[in-house]
Design a protein around this ligand. Structure first.
Ligand code: AMP
Length: 275
């Protein structure tokens, strides 16, 4: 595995390799969710590139940029074991210029739900993902459904900007108790971790209601809110959208995503289920 630190180094490293390229962008502190993306990329491509970059432009003022977990040495070992060919760990200076041209998230889909709670977040996400896709020029890029709105916006960017990369959605990996894996889970105390389980529990409750024939989104969201409000410290939102990310009144089986976002302690968690 080659570890490279700038776009130029990555382009040089790629020159010696041929075949299809699978790319997995991450912010590091790798867990089994990331590893599932890397394994899928390994199965489906000749070359696998992983990036680890804690992108400052997607963090808002007052968010956890400074304390975001960094585990570079452990992450390198994980990538090596997972058969990664090139690990791209760029410096901030090599990625950004002063007063550079910016890409903006779409005014509607980019500014609801996560975008409403974290205005500007998706501008930063799309900016860095576009850079990373241009540097790595992958055949396929792998993204988790855990960040459902991010996945929808990146898929839209690939379409709107005629990118040559297939955006591959990947299933959410959970701990045995149901908690969706996240690099931020390390922030949780024992008590907070227990209370954090109310996110996946509320989504299970919702899918059980749907399985019993309840399609009314208002009723489903009401039940979810009850479960969440007993446990979390601040509920950001509960929402039911279609795969186009438009809020819906009635669950459409095969075309719906149910989402929740909440603070447990000072940790902000998101989770969702695709029905
Ligand atoms: P991050 O390092 O949090 O930016 O995540 C990098 C990629 O891993 C994103 O595409 C995430 O959606 C994906 N990811 C994060 N957590 C999970 C999970 N529990 N299951 C599947 N994919 C995940």
């Amino acid at each position: 595995m080659q570890v490279v630190r700038s776009a130029q180094e990555l382009k040089n490293a790629k020159k010696n390799l041929s075949g299809t390229v699978g790319f997995v962008p991450t912010m590091g502190a790798l867990h089994d969710g990331h590893i599932s993306l890397i394994k899928r990329a390994r199965q489906e491509n000749d070359i696998v590139i992983v990036s680890i970059f804690v992108n400052p432009t997607q963090f808002l003022e007052g968010e956890d940029l400074d304390k975001y977990p960094r585990r570079d040495e452990a992450d390198k070992k994980i990538c090596e074991l997972a058969g990664v060919d090139i690990l791209f760990m760029p410096t901030i200076d090599s990625m950004y210029n002063q007063d550079e041209l910016k890409i903006s998230a779409p005014k509607v889909r980019g500014y609801i739900l996560e975008g409403a709670k974290r205005p500007g977040h998706f501008d930063g996400v799309l900016q860095v993902v576009l850079k990373l896709l241009n540097i790595t020029t992958p055949t396929r890029a792998y993204f988790g459904k855990k960040d459902a709105q991010q996945l929808a916006l990146i898929t839209q960017m690939a379409k709107d900007y005629f990118l040559d990369t297939e955006i591959v959605p990947c299933e959410i990996v959970r701990d045995s108790d149901g908690l969706a894996l996240s690099s931020r889970n390390v922030y949780l105390s024992e008590d907070e971790r227990k209370r954090a389980l109310s996110l996946s529990r509320s989504l299970k409750l919702a899918s059980d209601m749907v399985a019993k024939g309840e399609l009314n989104c208002k009723k489903i969201k009401g039940q979810m809110r009850q479960e969440l409000l007993k446990n979390v410290d601040k509920l950001d939102y509960v929402a039911i959208v279609n795969r186009e990310f438009k809020e819906i009144d009635k669950v459409e089986i095969g075309n719906s995503i149910i989402l929740a976002a909440a603070f447990v302690g000072t940790t902000r968690l998101i989770d969702n289920i695709w029905l």
